[in-house]
Design a binder for this molecule. Sequence first.
Ligand code: HEC
Length: 129
Amino acid sequence: MKDRTTRFLNLLALLVTVLVAGGCAREEPVSFRQAVKPVLDQYCVECHQEGGVGYETAGLDLTTYATLMRGARNGPMVIPGDSMGSNLVVLMEGRADPSIRMPHQSREKVSQAQINKIRLWIDQGANDN
Ligand code: HEC
């Protein structure tokens, strides 16, 4: 009886290991160029480039990796490893004041799936990949 319990527990441990390892393996690196930049280009760059209202008001240029990481006049908008604290997604998710949701109220929202990719990219270290 004791043997069977031990065997069962070993099997369970193995199963958990496989599931956890499998879960991690599936979290592939998110590419800045493939998953992040196209979203910024589509929804943000129109205002967040030199001469645009977002750049003039906040000092935030979203045209390249380098300018994104430089951040706004107020400071960095992406904190590598900390998507919860990165204003880029805070504002995209409307977690700050709704009046400053990005893009603004009247515009088409970025989908949650796209935001989740950007979050994951930040949590993976916000690499220039
Ligand atoms: C219609 C123009 C417009 C678009 C489109 C736009 N923004 Fe903005 N953004 C602004 C303006 C203007 C501000 C300054 C705050 C305000 O007045 O709302 C701003 C501020 C910000 C800030 C805060 C900067 C700071 O100093 O704290 C972030 C982050 C931001 N935008 C990100 C984005 C992202 C990401 C997108 C695309 C998903 C986007 N914006 C799309 C105009 C725009």
